[in-house]
Structures are given as C-alpha cells and as structure tokens.
Design a protein around this ligand. Sequence first.
Ligand SMILES: Cc1cc2nc3c(=O)[nH]c(=O)nc-3n(C[C@H](O)[C@H](O)[C@H](O)COP(=O)(O)OP(=O)(O)OC[C@H]3O[C@@H](n4cnc5c(N)ncnc54)[C@H](O)[C@@H]3O)c2cc1C
Length: 485
Amino acid sequence: MSEQFTDVMIVGAGPVGLMCAYLGQLCGINVVVADKSEGPLQVGRADALNARTLQLLELVDLFDDLYPLGKSCNTSSVWADGKFVSRQSKWWDALEGCMHKHFLMIGQSYLEKLLDKKLKDRAAPVMRSTSIANIELNEKGCLTTLSNGDRIQSKYVIGADGSQSFVRNHFGIPFEITRPQIVWAVIDGIIETDFPKVPEIIVFQAETSDVAWIPREGEIDRFYVRMDTKEFEMQEAIDKINRAMQPHTLSFKKIEWFSQFSVKESVAENFFVQDRVFLAGDSCHIHSVNGGQGLNTGLADAFNLMWKLNMVINLGAPKDLLQNYEDERKPVAQKVIGTSAELVRSTKFSESGTHAEDYVKIVERRAGNITGMGVRYGEEGLPGSRVFDFEIFDGTSKTRLYSLLDYTKFTLLVCGDCNIDQKLPESVKIIKVHPNKTHEGFWTDSKQYENQAILVRPDSYIQAAAPLDRIDSLFESSLFKVAAL
Ligand SMILES: Cc1cc2nc3c(=O)[nH]c(=O)nc-3n(C[C@H](O)[C@H](O)[C@H](O)COP(=O)(O)OP(=O)(O)OC[C@H]3O[C@@H](n4cnc5c(N)ncnc54)[C@H](O)[C@@H]3O)c2cc1C
C-alpha cells in the first residue's frame, strides 16, 4: 500500500479522462489517471469529430496525428423510393472562421490510443486495471483509495468515468434518466454492395427512417439500425438495411464491431460539488448518438475545465473560477440533449410521414451544436464566442491563428498598429498582426478583427474585446486580472 500526492486525480481514461490528463500535463498540473480497463478502446463507439473539436485538437498539437487517419464528411443525404431525394451541406459550407468545415469520420479508439501514448511518452501513464474503492474529502482535498489499496491524496478529483460514474454516485449527484424506448443496432464492418457508395451520411426513408449509413475511416462503414427492442440478431438488422436501400443489396465481408445502443438521456444536476469534485463527459451528460455529439461534448468539457484548474492551481486565481465550469458547460449539455432527443424521435414519429427529411431539417436547425461551432458562453457579441481562425503571414510563410494560440495561456490578439505600454503577465501571450504586408512580423489580409484587441481564453473563446484606441479597458477585464496573477 502506498500513498501518493498529486494535484488532480482523474477517475476514468476514456477519451474525456485522457484529454483532461493530457491538457493537465501541458499546463504543468500533476495528474494521476486510473481506469478499470486494461487498455484504450480498440474498436467501436463514437465515429466522428466535429469542426470545433478539430480546432481544439489543433490548439494542443493533436490534429496532425489524427487528421490523416480519418475521412472528411459534410453532407447529409436522404434516400427514398430507390433514389437520393436530397443532399445538403449548406450548414457546413456557411461556417465562418474555420478551416475544416466538416466532420472527421474516425473511430474513438484512434483518439484514445493517441492520448494514451502521449501520456506514456510524458512519463504519466494511465494506471490500468485499477478501479476506485473510495473517495473521502479531507482538509487537503480528496483522498482516493484505489482497488489495490493504494491511496492518492489530491487537491481535486475529476470523475470522467462514463455514464455509470462511480464518482457521481458516490457524491450523490442527481442524474434522472429519461428512456424513450429506442434501441439502435450498430454495425461496423467492410461491406459489399451495388449501392452507389458516397462519403455522405445517408438517412434511409422507408415507412419510418430506421437506417443510417455513416462513412468511416479506412475500409470501414457503419450502419445504425433502429430495432425498438433489445432482443434481436445481427442478421435482422442487416435485413432492415437491405429493405431500406432497395433495389440495391448489401452484405458484410467482415464485421469489426456489432453492438446495441439503448437511448438514455440525462444531465447531472451538478458538474462541480463540494469545491473539489468535477464531473466531465458521459458522467454528467448522456444522450442518443444522433448528431454525433457525445464524444465532442465531453472533449469540450475537458478543454473548458483544465485551463481553469491551471489558473487556480498554478497561478493562484480565485477558486470562483472553478464554479464557472459548471455554469458554462451545463447549459451546453442541456442544449446537446435537446438536439439529439429531437433527432432520435424524428426517426420514429413524424406528423407528415417524411421522417428522413424531417431529420435533415433538424440537423440544419441545430447545426450550431452538431458542428460545435455554435457553442458560445454568453448571449451575444464577441465576448463568449469562439475566436475565428484566419490566415496569418510571417514574411513569406503562411500560418493560421489557431496554430499560434497556446492552451496554457491567455492570448492578447492585437489586430492593427498599436503600442502597448502595459507590462503583460507571463500567462498572457501577445500576438500582434498588422494589416500591412511590408511590416516586419505577422500580417494578415483578414478584416475579421481589424483595429481591435481581443483577449482570448486558453480554450480559444473570446474573454473581452475592445477597439485599439481603448485597449486599456481590456486590462481592467476580470479575467485579465486572473491571467495577471
Ligand atoms: C455506439 C456508440 C456510438 C457513438 N457515437 C458517437 C459519435 O458519433 N460521436 C460522439 O461524439 N459520441 C458518440 N458516442 C458517445 C461516446 O462514445 C461517449 O460520449 C464517450 O465515450 C464519452 O467519453 P467518456 O470519457 O466521458 O466516457 P467513457 O468513454 O465511457 O469512458 C469512461 C472510462 O471510465 C472507466 N471507468 C468507469 N468506471 C470506473 C471506475 N469505477 N474506476 C476506474 N475506471 C472507471 C471506463 O473503463 C472507461 O474507460 C457513441 C457511443 C456509442 C456507444
């Protein structure tokens, strides 16, 4: 039995716990991660990273490892009566301030394996085959007892331990579940078909819309088939696929993963309790897979939480900042659940009988959640919105804002000519971008933030903005003061 000290104990090394650990490492936060599984996921589960997640991955140098392995997809199509009756991608094409206007279709296991390896490379490997026996709060924070008897004393605990969360149950956090009695079969495999194969998300309209085809990385394709019962064989799902895509036929040469997914919906009452314990990912929000938002929302939780912990643990920011994690992320989770609930029900119930078309209309209406780009913290204006990406030149070489941002710091982005007399704290990186090509240093053609100064949070949302002639007002912003500590 040993006793170890750390800043943050993370329970669960699914994608969300792994991401919390990786971001913590980047920020210089000591973390211990324990997971009851033997290793990262090998097949199955989530299948798509949205545009906002791709931007966030770029911030922390994970994008280049993952992007080439996936397949881009930005089109939702409806197939009915033996033909395509609609094909839409306008909500992706209309996205501004981002370079990758599509989903990256890639299995969750690729992200988990990458993060697991990054943690090993940083000499902070996940403690595998280890579950949690107990967590006690004490004057130093949290004392976690592991299944092998070892004890970890930490300042904070993050419960990233999935939908059945030990941490959530242990702290009695209410999590009331709605069960709409909808069950999906999910099949990943290599197919053989005479259907005109396209890299699009296809919803098939028969009597209802109970089959969806999702393109995936490599040779794999995924099918979701609504079964409405838990008692079924895989062949029944394959028969439904064949009925939906008539006159074409499809069979599987190889099955990589076959599972069923019973829809459950819930948001935890609290994401932060007793000033010490956080929930993130599926431990605090679960919903249907429709819209592909579970993994993406959980990763965004991690990006929202870890910079705040960095400011509090390493830079002495006031602890109130931690409550802001729940204040910001709980409303997002509630909206995500609204989206997936509407989508999944439309596959079964439609007033006009045009389920698949209804589905695509809901995708269009709820595109902000599905692309991730509509998520903002605050009602209107620049503060609370994501900072747009744009091209920046440095002499002859071209880069982009997102490759210059640093997750461990705030960024003061100054777009135009302006002298800054204020001494900036170390936790604020300054990027000056001039409108004039002849200027030494960075310049841009973009008019996006012309003549403005933008204070960007570590997770690339805008904290405050001001015209250059009133840049001093930014230094009064409360989070600038946090950054200045
Ligand atoms: C079929 C299917 C398709 C999906 N498709 C999508 C999609 O397209 N897009 C999308 O965004 N999301 C999708 N999701 C959802 C996505 O998989 C989840 O939202 C995501 O895995 C949540 O990550 P997490 O880290 O919060 O939880 P999990 O992935 O559940 O990880 C929790 C981890 O905690 C560990 N653990 C649990 N209890 C303990 C304990 N007591 N002690 C130690 N360790 C513990 C588990 O072993 C696990 O590794 C899909 C899910 C399924 C099932």
